[in-house]
Design a protein around this ligand. Structure first.
Ligand SMILES: [Zn+2]
Length: 226
């Protein structure tokens, strides 16, 4: 985990406004932005983990612990279910929504990994996922609907209510960094992968597609449903 060593040395306690939590670093929004740039540089050169290493390994994640506090700490690398894909994040960014979360203006559960703009590589595919390959460069949408709820079948996946009595739930389709762990981490688990992954063409860099998971798709979605 050479990347973790790099990160730790970059974010010494001195660089974080003199504050330090017992087991994790507390960092300002400027440090937070710097961290993500650092990760974007480092991750493409990290070797994929084999199955045994992945089961044993921890990953770094930006975790909301309370208003004004997002910490960088260890979490287990998620297990992959039949319909999921485990994505190794190579580039991500901060949305204005993340700043609202940091300020306590938008409530999410303590302990949640934030972030909903993933660009990366498929590390592991669920057994039932077809049409994608491990090692493939992909993005996943910020909104990750199930694809089968009433809302999804009516073309409004952002209101996905899979598992609810009527199949609708306001903003239920937005899950990353809201109701499930998000992508400001070494890895993110993409639910219902066949509905939510998109391949990145070879000629495009991570930075060129970084706005597609959220900003571009939100804009197109707003136009389509207005
Ligand atoms: Zn966003």
């Amino acid at each position: 985990m050479a990347a973790a060593v790099e990160m730790t040395s970059t974010f010494s306690a001195d660089s974080i406004n003199g504050r330090r939590a017992p087991d994790a670093l507390v960092f300002s929004i400027e440090d937070y932005a710097g961290y993500l740039q650092l990760r974007a540089f480092i991750r493409p050169y990290a070797a994929p983990l084999n199955r045994q290493e992945r089961r044993m390994a921890k990953m770094k994640a930006a975790i909301f612990v309370g208003p004004g506090r997002i910490v960088l700490d260890d979490k287990p690398i998620p297990d992959v279910g039949p319909l999921d894909a485990l994505m190794r994040i190579t580039t991500t960014t901060i949305c204005g929504t993340d700043v609202h979360i940091l300020k306590g203006e938008y409530p999410v559960a303590k302990g949640l990994t934030i972030g909903h703009e993933p660009v990366g590589v498929i590390e592991k595919l669920g057994s039932a996922v077809k049409g994608y390959a491990e090692g493939q460069r992909v993005i996943a949408g910020a909104i990750t609907p199930s694809g089968w709820s009433n809302a999804c079948l009516c073309g409004t996946g952002s209101q996905d209510g899979a598992g609810t009595p009527h199949g609708w739930k306001p903003m239920g389709g937005w899950k990353f960094g809201n109701t499930i762990d998000g992508c400001q981490a070494d890895y993110v688990l993409v639910p219902d992968a066949m509905a939510n992954l998109a391949p990145v063409p070879d000629g495009l860099t991570d930075e060129q597609v970084l706005m597609c998971p959220d900003i571009m798709s939100t804009g197109f979605g707003a136009l389509a449903t207005r």
